[in-house]
Each structure stands twice: as C-alpha cells, then as structure tokens.
Design a protein around this ligand. Structure first.
Ligand SMILES: C[C@](O)(C(=O)O)[C@H](CC(=O)O)C(=O)O
Ligand SMILES: [Mg+2]
Length: 303
C-alpha cells in the first residue's frame, strides 16, 4: 500500500548482494512506476530506469536533453513503488565532475540503489548507434572519482559505463574499464560489446561485476541469461523492452479503434480492471476507510 516499506539503504544492500551472487541478476527497465509491480511479481532481482525511456516518454530523443531534476524526480517515483533495488541511467552525470557529485547526492535522496555514469560527451546518443564521441581518460576518471567521493551511503552503487568500444575497439574498452574500476567504480557497463567473447574477456579481466545491455535493435545479439551467466556477466538490463512492447500494443489498439470503430478485438490482450486494482492494492485501502473498496457485489467479482 502507498509506497514500498523497504528503505533505500536496504535496497542498496540487496543490490550489492545481487551483483555478488553466482546467478546473474536480471533488471528489466520499468517505463512507469506501475510497471515495477509486474517486474517484482515475476521475481526479478531489480529494476532498471533507462535514460532513453525517460527521454522518450517526454517525446524527446535520447541525446542528453533531460535534466537532473527530471531524471531524479521520475526515478524517485519509480523507486518508491517497488521493494526491489533500482539502477538509474545518469547519462554523462549532467555536467562537469562537480555536477556529477551533485547528481549522486540527488539520486541517493531519491531512493535509488545505484546509477551509471558514462564517458560520452554531449550531445550524447544511444550507445548502440555509430558516430559516438567519448571524453579522454582523465575526464572519464574524474567523473567517477567525483561520484565516489560524493556518495554518503557507501552501499550506493556507482557503475561506470564506457562507450569507447564503438569508437576505438575492444582493447581500448578493456583498458578504459580497468582505469574506471581503479578510480573506484563498483561495477562496469561495457557498452555495445560485439559478441559473447567480448563480454567474457571483459568479465574475466576485471575485478568488479560487469553488466550486459540486452537492448533490442542494437549492436549486441540478444543473448540468453544462461549464455551471459556462462560468460561471467553479473547483471543484465532490458532497458527499453517494456516501453517498446507497450507502445506496440498501444499502436495496435488505436488502429483497431480507428479502423473497426471499437477496441473489442484487443480487450483480451488488456490487463483487466481486477488485475489493475490488484497491482495498486486497491482493496487494502479499506484499512483507512471501509467505504473505499465496497463496490464488489457478492458472487459477482470484478472482471
Ligand atoms: C541503456 C541506454 O543507455 C538507455 O538509456 O536505456 C540505451 C538503450 C537504447 O537506446 O537502446 C543505450 O544507450 O544503450
Ligand atoms: Mg541511456
């Protein structure tokens, strides 16, 4: 009811445990606060909050237009609905190293379990597109150092993402990842790995956990959980999957309404009213007032 009763501190501990576990942790990308309920019900280890999804939801491309305030606010709304730890995409950290420091403290305040900071420069782009630009090693390292020094909860996970693979190749990516881990990053997000062998080489050469980004229509094949686990990866994100799926369903129902004059053909694919009420725990609010949930007629449950 209302919000999660698990504290941010507890979620950060759970995130660290998930990263250290033998089994690879799966974090689907929540595209709304409500969608975390479904993620939690399926037993996933955590929730990812994508910068791309957040920008797209505002009708914007993922090129660094969103602000820290927008990201921290939305990520906080998502995080408070779930008992699971949430990892948020903090893009390039929203500015200079001093801005990165402030970003970390705002995200801690918003109840996140961790975030990742990348080494692109603005205007940034999806890591699976060509033509990216990355900052030099010194700047990338400074961002991570600033992040690590700024955090007040030592369990808040600071993950470094490097986009250099698509610019200078795998060896440069491994070298950059090692430098970022030395700078204090708790985990590494090597963006746009070309194949499973690259994930494997990254994981075996680093002392910190490695994340695999299983975004659709990108540069990496959609490897299974088992394949990535065997490659030594510690966690997997499915950043835009729910948004793509939901928008596909929305497109279909709108077309049905327009062409058939009714949504009838799509109703079987919808979440029912009863299921929706279950997800928001409607019934439980009777604890405050027994008149809140008293519209069910005996013997005639809600559809
Ligand atoms: C992970 C990512 O940073 C995101 O914002 O979700 C994107 C995902 C995507 O655009 O498919 C990325 O840069 O990989
Ligand atoms: Mg992103």
């Amino acid at each position: 009811m209302l919000y999660s009763n698990v504290t941010a501190e507890e979620k950060r501990v759970a995130f660290r445990e998930a990263l250290a576990a033998d089994e690879v942790a799966q974090f689907p990308g929540a595209f709304t606060p409500l969608s975390t309920k479904l993620i939690q019900e399926q037993g996933f280890e955590g929730v990812y909050i994508s910068g791309g999804v957040l920008a797209n939801e505002l009708g914007l491309p993922d090129i660094g237009l969103t602000t820290l305030t927008e990201v921290a606010t939305r990520a906080g709304q998502i995080a408070r609905t779930t008992d699971l730890p949430c990892l948020v995409d903090a893009d390039t950290g929203f500015g200079e190293p001093m801005n990165v420091a402030r970003t970390i403290q705002e995200l801690e305040n918003a109840g996140l379990a961790g975030c990742h900071i990348e080494d692109q420069f603005n205007p940034k782009r999806c890591g699976h597109l060509d033509g990216k630009n990355v900052v030099d090693e010194e700047t990338a390292v400074k961002r991570i150092r600033a992040a690590v020094e700024a955090r007040r909860d030592s369990n808040f996970v600071i993950m470094a993402r490097t986009d250099i693979r698509g610019v200078d190749g795998f060896d440069a990516a491994l070298e950059r990842a090692q430098k970022l881990a030395d700078a204090g990053a708790d985990a590494i997000f090597p963006e746009a790995m070309a194949d499973l062998a690259e994930f494997e080489a990254m994981a075996s050469n680093l002392d910190v956990p490695v994340l695999a980004n299983m975004t659709e229509f990108g540069k990496s094949q959609l490897f299974t959980k088992q394949q990535l686990q065997d490659a030594g990866v510690s966690m997997i994100i499915y950043p835009v999957t729910l948004q793509r799926q939901a928008m596909g369903a929305i497109e279909r129902v709108l077309s049905a309404i327009r062409t058939q004059g009714t949504q009838e053909s799509e109703v079987d694919n919808m979440l029912t009213r009863a299921r929706l009420y279950e997800l928001v725990d409607y019934n439980a609010y009777n604890q405050f007032d027994t008149g809140v949930f008293n519209f069910e007629v005996p013997g005639k449950p809600l559809a």
